[in-house]
Design a protein around this ligand. Sequence first.
Ligand SMILES: [Zn+2]
Length: 214
Amino acid sequence: MADSKPHSKFNVQKLFLFGCLIFFFEPNSVHSDESKLTAKQSKTLKETFLYLESLEPKKIRIDKSTYNRHSQFESFFKFPFSGKKISRWIQSRIKKYNFGATGDYVAMYREGEVLLGRGFFTLNRLDRVLVLLHEARHADGKMYGHVLCPDDFPYLNTRDWKIHPAGKKGCDSVPDGGYGITASFLFELGAYGYLSQTEAAYRYNSEISRVIRD
Ligand SMILES: [Zn+2]
C-alpha cells in the first residue's frame, strides 16, 4: 500500500487497508487471473515476470565480506537469491490482477488482488518488479502494513518528487516489510552485477530509508 514504492500519495488510503498491486505469470505453475487487463497490459505483466526470472545468481562481483555484511535476502525469503523463486513467491501471493484508478499509488493490494494503476505500465521493468514484490508482501498480513513516516522525514521519493512521505503511511517498522525486501533484492542485483554499484546503492538506500526504528 502505500506508496507503493513508487508513487503514492497516500490519499486513497481510506479505501484500502493496505494498498497494493499485483500481477504475475509463470508458464508452468501458478496461474493468475488477468482477465481484467487488456492484452497489452497482460503482455507487459508477463514480460515483467520473464525479466524477473532471468535474474539468477552468478559470480558475486563484490568482496565477500561486504556481501556477508549486507545481504539479507536469504534470511528474509528463506531461500537463496533466485529470480525464478521470487517469481513464484510473488505468484503464490497475488492471484488476481485488475486495472483501475489507484489515485496517487501505482498499485494497491487488497484481499489477494492487486489493482494496477495506469502508472504501473509506464514504469521500466525493474520498477515494475519492485512494485509487485512490494505489493506481494502485503498478502502476508497486517504485520506488514505501513506506519507513518516521521514528520521530519527528509528523503526524496526517487520516482516522483511531488510525493512527500513525511507524516504519511509510507514507512515500515519491520525490517522485512515491503521496503526491506525490495532493498534486499536490489542489494543482490548489485552484488551479482545486474545493476551498477551506483544504481543499486541509490535504489537500495531509497528503499531502506522507509524502514524506521522506534
Ligand atoms: Zn505498501
